[in-house]
Design a protein around this ligand. Structure first.
Ligand SMILES: [Zn+2]
Length: 266
């Protein structure tokens, strides 16, 4: 599933390709991905609009067409965009001025596109927590106080902080040398500071390397991201830890597979 770095990469690439282009045609190959309005109305309302701005909130993408018209995109697990010529497997194809096409790809049809008058009123956005980049070290430490449950589940909770999913939660905890099963309130002030630094560092590095392609995520050219090769624990069960060389262990926390080093992460 795309996390903050993957969606930020897509956002930056969409900005580069789409700003000020006009949508001159839309082909919906599978209406399941159009959440609202009904797809015939969706087409009618979007054709002729110019792309003004690309916005990202957590893992959500929003294309501003007008002050009161926004294309809201939940990529969920397998959604991504390919820019250029028409793609046969695309679920929705936007024809743009200048002769190029923006293809919405989604093998499992779990993503959603909606055309709305406003996006800020979406319930899940109202609940969405701040991004780590918008918190100070002190604010992050304060937010962790008195929180129950495992630290890993907490940093993946979008209402606590936005944008961190299963990959970067595991990576940040490894870099901070914190056992993912620990409770948030058991963390010392020093550990909280370290986790804050490592969360920022791993997300920044992943943006720089244009994300990890562990599932369907691709950039606008259809290329995989470069961060996957740099991951240190995600998906590396039984492989030697980069620090101590002992095998990494895989456990399940809050229903999600979690790799960590029981020797280095305490
Ligand atoms: Zn180790």
């Amino acid at each position: 599933m795309p996390e903050l770095p993957e969606v930020e990469t897509i956002k930056r690439e969409l900005e580069e390709k789409l700003l000020n282009k006009k949508i001159i045609g839309v082909k919906v190959n599978n209406s399941k991905v159009i959440k609202e309005p009904a797809f015939s109305e969706f087409k009618k309302q979007i054709i002729g609009e110019k792309i003004k701005k690309i916005i990202r909130r957590g893992k959500l993408l929003v294309i501003e067409l007008k002050k009161d018209k926004f294309l809201v995109i939940h990529l969920r697990i397998t959604g991504w965009f390919k820019y250029g010529k028409i793609e046969e497997k695309a679920r929705v194809i936007f024809e743009l001025s200048g002769g190029q096409f923006l293809n919405y790809m989604d093998s499992r049809l779990l993503g959603q596109l909606s055309l709305r008058k406003e996006y800020k009123d979406l319930d899940f956005l109202k609940r969405l927590g701040p991004e780590i980049f918008h918190l100070t070290r002190k604010q992050f430490g304060k937010k962790l106080e008195s929180r129950k449950g495992s630290i890993k589940a907490l940093i993946m909770n979008q209402n606590f902080i936005a944008g961190v999913g299963n990959i970067y939660a595991q990576e940040a905890l490894f870099l901070a040398k914190i056992d993912p099963r620990r409770t948030a309130k058991s963390l010392t002030a020093k550990e909280k500071d370290k986790l804050y630094e490592k969360l920022k560092a791993v997300l920044t590095e992943a943006i720089e390397y244009k994300g990890s392609s562990v599932d369907s995520y691709r950039n606008l050219k259809g290329q995989a991201g470069g961060m996957e090769k740099r991951l240190k624990v995600y998906g590396k069960r039984n492989q030697p830890c980069l620090i101590c060389k002992k095998p990494l262990k895989k456990i399940t926390i809050a229903g999600r597979g979690t790799c960590f080093c029981p020797n280095c992460q305490t």
